[in-house]
Design a protein around this ligand. Structure first.
Ligand code: NAG
Ligand code: FE2
Length: 249
């Protein structure tokens, strides 16, 4: 009995800490996406000269912000990622975001209670997260080259997913392999554009080859391997083969 109470206490403390972490995380997130913080319709208090509280209205704050955030003039020559190579990078970001949504659709399908293939679902949720991270990394690269100049909605549009249901796990893995092949082709084309004259962007090309293509090629091999194993299991054991394969994911 004492043991039980003790473990309940530990659980409560852990849960509270986790909630605290979550709260501070979401606070941090919302801050990083809102560089210009205006007060959201609420009235804020501010000390006046006599140490008394004074109510500050919305427009007073935003007026102050506008004045202090004017972008200063600096030389622009260093922003030399341009034209075809820059457009290719923007295209690649959308490609990664599209792939992320496609994987999310796959994950959501296999996570349905009526489908209930948790292994496949987890595998595709992870893939969706990775694709989104690929997109983010390229956005960070654009920032490093001074190319994040307008709003993110001019860079990324939310895609609609063409397919949302799959016959079985093998059909989804086949689509995944085709999706990765398309992404690989797109990266190679981007590399070709950026390495050639007049860009010679070897720094970017090195990154795309050494980091992106490297991961891409290993990912494709992994998918192909999974597909072969699954198909072998299904050829001898049918649906039971798929059930067992899902457990092994
Ligand atoms: C992303 O998906 C949208 C459909 O929602 C499509 O129109 C667009 O061409 C795709 N972009 C890339 C780069 O694959
Ligand atoms: Fe990717």
């Amino acid at each position: 009995m004492v043991k039980l109470i003790a473990s309940l206490l530990v659980l409560a403390v852990v849960a509270q800490q986790a909630y605290g972490d979550f709260k501070s995380l979401s606070k941090k997130d919302s801050k990083s996406f809102a560089p210009v913080r205006r007060n959201e319709g609420k009235k804020l208090k501010q000390n006046n000269d006599h140490g008394q509280d004074r109510i500050v209205k919305n427009d007073e704050w935003s007026g102050e912000c506008k004045g202090s955030l004017e972008v200063p003039e600096i030389p622009k020559g260093w922003m030399d990622l341009k034209d075809g190579c820059l457009n290719g990078m923007r295209h690649q970001i959308q490609e990664e975001i599209n792939a992320s949504y496609q994987y999310l659709a796959m994950a959501a399908y296999f996570a349905r209670d009526t489908v209930n293939r948790q292994g496949f679902a987890e595998n595709f949720f992870k893939a969706a997260k990775e694709e989104r991270e690929h997109g983010s990394k390229l956005v960070e690269y654009l920032s490093m080259r001074g190319q994040l100049t307008d709003s993110v909605s001019n860079l990324i549009t939310v895609p609609t997913v063409a397919k949302q249901e799959w016959k079985d796990g093998a059909a989804a893995l086949e689509d995944a392999l085709e999706l990765e092949t398309k992404v690989t082709r797109s990266i190679r084309k981007l590399i070709q554009t950026c390495e050639g004259k007049p860009y010679n962007h070897y720094h970017l090309v090195d990154y795309l080859t050494g980091v992106y293509l490297e991961e891409q090629l290993h990912g494709q091999r992994e998918l192909a391997g999974k597909l072969v194993t699954l198909k072998k299991m299904m050829s001898t054991h049918g649906e039971l083969g798929e059930f067992l394969f899902d457990k092994s994911l």
